[in-house]
Design a protein around this ligand. Structure first.
Ligand SMILES: [Zn+2]
Length: 389
C-alpha cells in the first residue's frame, strides 16, 4: 500500500512558486521547489489513527483497487452476517502475475533444474518416510471436522533468525559456513520445506508431500476453507535472514530473485491462490491469551511486490475475523505499519458481524473464541507429538 501522503497546502504552493521566481539558476530553483513542496509524511500515530477510522481509509484514497473491492465485499458481508469473510482478493499490485507452466528440466549433481531457471539443491533433503504423514487440518467454514486434502494449499514465509555475517566478499567463507550450518539445523528439526540462503541458493529440506514443523499454533483461511495449524497444509519457505527494525531491508537481491522463482514454481505446481501466500507473523497465534503474532518473523518487511505478489500484509487476519483473536502494541511494533490497514479491516468486519447479529462485539468475540477452543482441543489430541513453534 502507498503511504498516505498529505499534499502541501495550495497556499504554501503559491508562496513557494513566488519565491522560486527570484532564483535564477534552474538547478537551484528546482531543488528549492522540491525541498519546499516535499510531501509531508504523516507520523506513525497519525497513520494508525487514520487506518482505524472506519471507512476513512478508503475516502483518503489510500489504496485503489484492492480497498474498493474490499469495501464492496464487506458491505455485502454485513448483510450476510453468518457467512465468514473471504480473504483471497487482490490487494492491487499491478505486477502480480500468474506463473504459467513451470516444469523440471533435469536433475544432476544434487540439483533439480527448472524451466524458469530455478535450481533446487537436494543434498540435504530428508528422504520420504515410509508412512504418509500429511494430515488434514482443513475445515469448511463453520465445521469442526477436518476434511482430507492431498496437496499443500499455501506458503508461509519465514526468516531463519540465525547467526548473520556481513554480506561482503571478504566474508565469503563465513557466509558459506553459516548458510550450510543453518540448513543442517533446519534439517535436524524438520523446521521448513525450503531454505533460501543469502546467496539465493534454494535448499529443499523437508519434502513437499510431508509436513514441516514451522507454524505450530496458526490460522489462515481462503474463500472456501479454514486452515488450522498450518504445518499440515502450508509449505514453509524460510529466508536466511534476521527480522530487524521497521523499514530495514535485510533480504539480499539474490534471495529475492530465487525466492520469486521458487514461489512461482510452487504456485504453478499446486495452483496456490495469491491470498494463501503469507508470513509467519500473519498466521501465528497464541491460544493462551488469544493474541495474534506469537511469532512475528519477517516483521513487516516481506518483499511481496518484488516477488510479483500482491501486498498480502493488507489482508485482514482470519484469526481475528473468524475466531476473535486480537493484536496488541507489541505486535504492531514488530510488524510495522504495513499490517495496520488489514487489522483495521478485520475490526470493521467484526463490528459489522456483531451489528448484523444484534449482539455486542464483546459477546461475538467470546462466541468466536469458543468455536476456536473446540477445534483447538481436537487438534491438540491429534498432534501431541509435534514440535510447536
Ligand atoms: Zn517462523
Amino acid at each position: 500500500m502507498e503511504t498516505p501522503i498529505k499534499p502541501p497546502s495550495v497556499i504554501k504552493a503559491k508562496i513557494v512558486e513566488q519565491r522560486a521566481e527570484f532564483i535564477s539558476d534552474p538547478v537551484a530553483k528546482l531543488r528549492f521547489i522540491r525541498r519546499e513542496t516535499a510531501p509531508v509524511e504523516p507520523t506513525r500515530w497519525e497513520k494508525f489513527l487514520d487506518a482505524h477510522k472506519p471507512k476513512v481509509t478508503m475516502s483518503l484514497g489510500v489504496a485503489a483497487a484492492g480497498l474498493v473491492i474490499f469495501a464492496i465485499a464487506s458491505s455485502q458481508r454485513s448483510v450476510k452476517a453468518r457467512s465468514l469473510p473471504a480473504v483471497a482478493y487482490s490487494t492491487g499490485n499491478p505486477s502480480a502475475h500468474e506463473p504459467g507452466s513451470i516444469w523440471m528440466v533435469d536433475t544432476r549433481g544434487g540439483q533439480e533444474i527448472y524451466s524458469n531457471s530455478l535450481r533446487i539443491e537436494t543434498r540435504f533433503t530428508i528422504p520420504l518416510g515410509e508412512e504418509p504423514t500429511w494430515k488434514y487440518n482443513r475445515y469448511t467454514k463453520g465445521s469442526k471436522t477436518p476434511v482430507e486434502m492431498k496437496d499443500p494449499v499455501g506458503i508461509v514465509f519465514h526468516t531463519t533468525e540465525g547467526l548473520m555475517a556481513p554480506f561482503e566478499k571478504e566474508q565469503n567463507g563465513r557466509l558459506k559456513f553459516i548458510g550450510e550450518s543453518q540448513v543442517r539445523l533446519v534439517r535436524s528439526i524438520r523446521a521448513y520445506h525450503y531454505v533460501v540462503d543469502r546467496f539465493g541458493q534454494v535448499w529443499r529440506v523437508v519434502q513437499e508431500s510431508e509436513p514441516a514443523f514451522h507454524s505450530g499454533n496458526s490460522i489462515w483461511a481462503d474463500k472456501d476453507w479454514v486452515y488450522m495449524n498450518l504445518n499440515h497444509s502450508f509449505l514453509a519457505v524460510s529466508f536466511e535472514a534476521r527480522t530487524q527494525g521497521e523499514g530495514e531491508a535485510f533480504v539480499t537481491e539474490a534471495q529475492k530473485l530465487s525466492g520469486k522463482l521458487l514461489t512461482d514454481m510452487l504456485r504453478a505446481k499446486y495452483h496456490i491462490p495469491f491470498g494463501n501466500l503469507v508470513t509467519h507473523g500473519q498466521v501465528s497465534v497464541n491460544p493462551d491469551n488469544y493474541g495474534i503474532g506469537y511469532h512475528t518473523d519477517f516483521g513487516g518487511e516481506f518483499p511481496f511486490t518484488e516477488l510479483g505478489l500482491p501486498d498480502n500484509y493488507q489482508l485482514p487476519p482470519p484469526s481475528m475475523t473468524m475466531f476473535g483473536f486480537n493484536y496488541d502494541e507489541t505486535y504492531l511494533a514488530a510488524m510495522g505499519d504495513r499490517v495496520v490497514p488489514g487489522l483495521a479491516k478485520a475490526e470493521d468486519m467484526l463490528n459489522s458481524q456483531a451489528k448484523a447479529q444484534g449482539i455486542t462485539p464483546a459477546l461475538l468475540t467470546r462466541r468466536l473464541r469458543e468455536q476456536y477452543r473446540q477445534i483447538f482441543q481436537n487438534l491438540k489430541k491429534d498432534n501431541k507429538n509435534e514440535v510447536s513453534n
